[in-house]
Design a protein around this ligand. Sequence first.
Ligand code: 6YU
Length: 498
Amino acid sequence: ASRPPAVLIIGSGISGIAAAQKLYTQGFRNLKVLEAKGRTGGRIWSQSYGKGFVELGAQWIHGPSRGNPIYQLALKYDLLDPEAMTMENQEVEVDGHLPLFHVSYGSSGKIVSRELVANITEQYSSWLEQSRNVSQNDCDPKASVGGFIQQKIVSKVMEWDSASKDMKLALFKGLLDLECCISGTHSMNYVALCPYGEYTMLPGLDCTFPGGFESVVNQLKSPLPNDTVLLNKTVKTVHWNGTFQGSDSQMYPVQVQCEDGETFEADHVIVTVSLGFLKEKASSFLSPALPPNKAQAIQNVGFGTNNKIILEFKEPFWDPDCKTIQLIWEGESPLLETKRNMKQDWVKKIPGFVVLERPERIGHMLCSFIAGDESEYMETLTDDEVLSSMTALLRQFTGNPELPAPIHMFRTKWHSEPYTHGSYSYIAVGASGDDIDILAQPLPNEGAKPLQVLFAGEATHRSFYSTTHGALLSGWREAERLIGRYQELDSLLNKSKL
Ligand code: 6YU
């Protein structure tokens, strides 16, 4: 009896594009994607540089193997280097264990013993694994992953001789700072212990896209007609549970109002904006406001900042086979909550560097990560300030006061990006996996006009939150929810015709 359903998707990150692609290929033709920025991809952002790409957002396919849909798409579209496609590569069981850094520098300018670093890294990895396997029966809901590791350190510290104790503590501190980057949080004391193991790690040795991570978004986008995605179209408010007349004179339950005054009427809206944006804007973004359990879940689930500082050098100062460089701040301890002088100490949060692949295309690049308050502080500094701090840092750790300064720098400001407002989500103390499921629930779930507002995005995937594959699956999930609904209606209609 009706017109084709009108569907709007807010956000053109991988979850929004995945939803659009699935709906389009299943025959939904009345479809628009509204994107605030002047580009698609969201937190997948490959900047072309030299003859290659520098990733400002997502970098690796985490766990490239059969169960990873990003990997499957990358294979389908032939987007990877040959070794990333081998079975051997896919079968590597990393299981969350941190790979050993290739070289570890202490802040006094000396290389730290490899044996000591290997011992502490192994000890740390086994405790982290234990934190993923805590028994749910006697897990204190207020416990954190950081607290769990700290307790383990305290239980061991008495056994350490005084000669190595300080270095061991400094090593643990650096590993926890690295974990903050991985979890996208200021402190591992903010990350809830009980649900920690729900995040699922897939096998496979993490790999990158030679043509940029965005190549997978572009492939997904390719079946969509050019006018499907509207760029620079910032959504201000989603009015739902109403009756709005469209330009075709038909009536719709939802109206989306953009910052530029334009309005769009729809039967369904899939919201894929980041949790950071929702935390900031939830109260005005939806009208009527979100139900209390959903508003609470937005507050409960954590969303923090992880930034990159990428430095290009004329010549590498690292060995040709070096892939990672660790920085160890001697005198730091995970057992002491030190009050930082941000201006001087922000760099102390940087756990090390990754040597970027394909130097023949992009030059000799080191990429560091920095999470939390120090990362957000870094965003307020000028490029010159960041570059001179990074140069001083490397001169100090390598013990070479003449080390040439980097010739180029990229750094991200994910916290200041108004349409992301941070990097990715984690389950904070006080939250649980149920909060993620609540975030994913559509509004309303039943009644005469169900599924007016649906929610996708990395923060809505219970076991793969914080990743591109989680985001992709969440977009497909919401598209399938709508497809299922219309299949149900069709079969009811056909039955009533019989
Ligand atoms: C991965 C990786 N990775 C590094 C860094 C970052 C992230 N991730 P989007 O935000 O993309 O899209 C929403 C769109 O909506 C966007 O375009 C907005 O502009 C738009 N929008 C917002 N408001 C709007 C409005 N009002 N109107 C209109 N439009 C609006 N993932 O797989 N591998 O190596 C990394 C990394 C620095 C910032 C990453 C990585 C995360 C992914 O990038 C991210 O999840 C998805 O791209 C999000 O897509 P989306 O569609 O949901 O949103 C145990 C334990 C574990 C915990 N975690 C372990 C995993 C660690 C995660 N990995 C991090 C590492 C790196 C380096």
